[in-house]
Design a protein around this ligand. Structure first.
Ligand SMILES: C=C(O[C@H]1C=CC=C(C(=O)O)[C@@H]1O)C(=O)O
Length: 381
């Protein structure tokens, strides 16, 4: 960790850079020493490890993996020319003035909310027939501006608003930028310590303290949300077990608070058996988890492709860094937007289990859009 000022790193962010602020550190990387793209994520992790080991001038690699790798959406990892790290941006970031973001000229849901409700109902009906325990369905909001979108201003407001979690900006193949603030840690590796903090089970926050507490209490008591969460932790444990000597898994999830949502989260800790397995290898092995895809993975992914009318791209992927030691941190890329020249696409999804109510699932996605809408100075959908 350097003694750099975390707010300086935030102020220095420009389109094309990589930025990640967490509760523990701030990272800003610029320039491209090398760019590695590969649709095979395990092969990409091998290539990144080789590059980092053979080039002592480069301290770490940064980048994003998509929801589903393919020719148009490969995993993209950069070896930057500069990488600066600092301590956490908070609490100082909370006192920063908000940056103005121009009002949009159009906001369009994709698909229409009623179509999402129908898709959720179709998913509930398909679960049993297809042997699925859970599938995650998402929808998008397309927002258009008549001036160029300023990623730096959006990132600034997201960092200001979100003291915890993982607030990021990452350039994507094709030049768009993924900007967001995710509560969810897919995987971190420090030495032989591996941590995952999967999230599933949601309720909205409320400005009214009584309603807010009631929402949290209901979530903690909800059998449907605990079932949704159990599918997720089981999958993470199964995916980590081959790589870890020991795994510590709490019996019950914790209540996690973000400024806009309550979640159920479980901190899973393991001891890595083989230090050659980097944080990026582990992230690639875990992804896509049932927090953003479903169980079993292949059939869930098929149902997502059938029922969603848009491409997820790098939403519901992972964003993070890995260094030459193999240490690193990868967040699940949710509560984010893909930012193009004069438009933004916001994404939000939710886990569907047999007990899911389609109307409530629509409302949950609306509540999840609030992270980005708030940062843009827009009212909740
Ligand atoms: C898929 C998303 O959230 C995931 C993370 C936390 C809770 C979730 C849920 O309760 O459904 C989702 O699994 C999203 O925000 O787009």
């Amino acid at each position: 960790m350097t003694g750099a000022d975390p707010l300086r790193l935030l102020a220095d962010y420009r389109r094309g850079d990589f930025f990640l602020a967490t509760g523990a550190r701030t990272l800003h990387a610029t320039g491209t020493h090398a760019a590695l793209c590969d649709a095979d994520e395990a092969a990409l992790a091998d290539r990144v490890r080789t590059e980092l080991r053979h080039d002592p001038a480069v301290a770490l690699a940064v980048g994003a993996l998509p929801f589903a790798s393919g020719a148009a959406t490969p995993g993209r990892i950069l070896l930057p020319t500069t990488a600066r790290t600092a301590g956490p941006a908070h609490p100082a970031a909370a006192a920063l003035p908000r940056k103005a973001i121009p009002a949009p000229v159009a906001i369009r849901p994709a698909p229409e909310p009623a179509t999402h409700v129908d898709a959720v109902a179709a998913a509930v009906a398909a679960l049993d027939a297809r042997g699925l325990r859970k599938v995650v369905l998402a929808r998008a909001l397309d927002i258009e501006f008549d001036t160029p979108v300023c990623e730096a201003a959006l990132l600034h407001n997201l960092v200001k608003d979100n003291a915890r979690g993982y607030t990021f900006a990452a350039e994507l193949p094709g030049g768009a930028t993924l900007v967001g603030s995710s509560p969810e840690l897919l995987l971190s590796r420090h030495g032989t310590t591996v941590v995952s903090h999967p999230h599933a089970g949601s309720a909205p926050r409320s400005a009214d303290p009584v309603t807010d507490e009631e929402n949290a209490r209901r979530l903690l008591a909800s059998r449907k949300d605990h079932a949704e969460h159990a599918v997720l932790t089981e999958a993470i444990v199964a995916a980590l077990r081959p790589y870890c000597r020991h795994l510590a898994v709490p019996e019950k999830p914790d209540l996690v608070a973000t400024p806009t949502m309550w979640h159920l989260g479980t901190t899973i800790t393991g001891e890595l058996a083989d230090r050659d397995v980097t944080a990026l290898h582990l992230a690639a092995a875990l992804h896509p988890t049932p927090a953003i895809c479903g169980t079993p993975t292949a059939s869930a992914r098929e149902l997502v492709t059938e029922l969603e009318e848009f491409e997820r791209g790098y939403y519901a992927g992972t964003v993070g860094w890995v260094d030459a030691e193999g240490d690193g941190e990868w967040a699940v890329s949710i509560r984010c937007a893909e930012v193009a020249a004069r438009s933004l696409r916001l994404f939000a999804g939710g886990g569907i289990v047999p007990e899911s109510d389609p109307k409530a699932e629509l409302e949950e996605t609306s509540a999840k859009f609030a992270t980005l809408l708030r940062a843009m100075g827009l009212p909740q959908e």
